[in-house]
Design a protein around this ligand. Sequence first.
Ligand code: 31Y
Length: 305
Amino acid sequence: AGVHHVQRRDIVLKWELGEGAFGKVFLAECYNLLPEQEKMLVAVKALKEVTESARLDFHREAELLTVLQHEHIVKFYGVCTEGEPLIMVFEYMKHGDLNRFLRSHGPDAKILEQGQGQGEGQGQGQPRGQLTLSHMLQIATQVASGMVYLASLHFVHRDLATRNCLVGQDLVVKIGDFGMSRDIYSTDYYRVGGRTMLPIRWMPPESILYRKFTTESDIWSFGVVLWEIFTYGKQPWYQLSNTEAIECITQGRELERPRTCPSEVYAIMQSCWQREPQQRRPIKEIHSRLQALVKTPPVYLDILG
Ligand code: 31Y
């Protein structure tokens, strides 16, 4: 694949958005990227340590991201490899990762509240207070849409979780690039051996037991993402340690229905959590079902809890 190259002098860093052991993500201005815009805001990921193996991973990821193009996959514009650090250029997703977004629009939001611009519309756009059922369904449908695309390419994600999705203007949600969250959200991973970090709380029994990752294991993870959305970003099995969570999942215990989750949506989660991978509902069907629910939201009586 032809990875696009950007010149160093066309990138002007503004400030840091996030940091991990691999490097940092900055907000930047980029010149001469698109024909219709002289300069535009972008997010750049700068690789801190450039060992030979990190360089190889970088180029492999860049080639992959060049191929993956979809309205619900974060847009990748190219790389800058003049000297160091190595840089990847992405579209800027104004609200950052989906997990933080969910928490900042949930019941424990006050601490996390980040100044939202004045005069921004509510309605279809970014909500000011807590997310409604309609917002949650819209978010879920968009993640599902990105997953339908990845499945159509037989691409197995292996780490689908809200921390790996990004939120832009007007509640646009996209699946992010790969391998950043292992640093920022390290408590979501269980370290096995030296370097391997597994997102066990999002993994089905066959991935935990046999390290088997497939389109069907991604469907299981999507069910957990739905659960995250309807709990405003809670960690699955937050009350359990990693070893207890492994025990629970492999024994077939299910996450409970979140308080704000209609039974129609919980039924979708449960269809993702069939022990037998082939019994899980195909992501295409899940997407259609969610789309139908967005159009005709279930009547939900909060007081029934
Ligand atoms: C981006 C805006 N997928 C691309 N913080 C890297 C891809 C998931 C995560 C990152 C971003 C997290 C900025 C913890 C401090 C702030 O609290 C979370 C955070 C992620 C801040 N990243 C981005 N923000 N546009 C971003 N990342 C991209 C475009 N790729 C990534």
